[in-house]
Design a protein around this ligand. Sequence first.
Ligand code: NAP
Length: 237
Amino acid sequence: MSTKPVALVTGSSRGIGRAVALALSRSGYRLILTARDEKTLKETGRGCEGGDAVILPMDLSEEDSPKRLADAVNSETGQLDVLVNNAGIVVSKSFEDTGAADWDRMMNLNARAPFLLTRMLLPLLRISAAATVVNIGSVVSFKGYEMQTAYAASKHALAGWTKVLAREEASNGIRVHLIAPGGVATDLVRDVRPDIDESDLIAPEDVAEMVRFLTTHRSNAVIDVVEMHRAGKTPFS
Ligand SMILES: NC(=O)c1ccc[n+]([C@@H]2O[C@H](COP(=O)([O-])OP(=O)(O)OC[C@H]3O[C@@H](n4cnc5c(N)ncnc54)[C@H](OP(=O)(O)O)[C@@H]3O)[C@@H](O)[C@H]2O)c1
């Protein structure tokens, strides 16, 4: 029986989630990895220290996936100390062109699935000695940018329930954080903002380092939200 704390990172096959998984693994966590693509998930698993990562491939936007994932966490480790809700997609469309299917796709994966998953994992988190939930929001958790109607709505929804969860679970010892980055060098941004020079983007490892800090520093100082922007952007804009 492992004595390591356990961290579940959704969307850990690549991008920010992969960097977060590797950083938490270096900090001594046993990782549970999930995304759709088994091959790249296994690559992340091979990069994790200890050779004990649990790989659970699934499409989180499917109706029964949050329950299947929560059940698998219960049966595979029966323990959860850190939950990083990171899996997300963006479809770049104007308000006028955004259809019901676009809306449902983004709301399902970016807001509804992490809500259901977190709710089902609360019993395990409540018995952890240092439970932490980190939700990966976005700069559009608070702002609205052109061509991001449904994406911005989904990230506002995520931020909304994050705040409620943080208040409700504080007395149960669960710390809940929102990281709101803008412009991270991943496939997601390469697809929707090919105009941004790659060298100007935030590294996924910078976001991972923030997750590692939030999960490993447990003092009387609690950080609710971390907003991160590219160095080329105007601060506090
Ligand atoms: N990059 C940015 O500038 C930026 C800025 C702010 C916020 N974010 C947020 O950061 C998070 C990670 O994004 P990223 O930039 O790292 O993007 P990414 O490189 O495209 O990675 C997205 C991850 O989510 C997984 N995923 C996608 N659809 C899925 C589904 N239906 N079911 C399960 N997993 C799924 C992907 O794996 P599979 O394809 O294998 O399923 C992948 O592991 C997202 O929530 C995004 O909104 C990103």
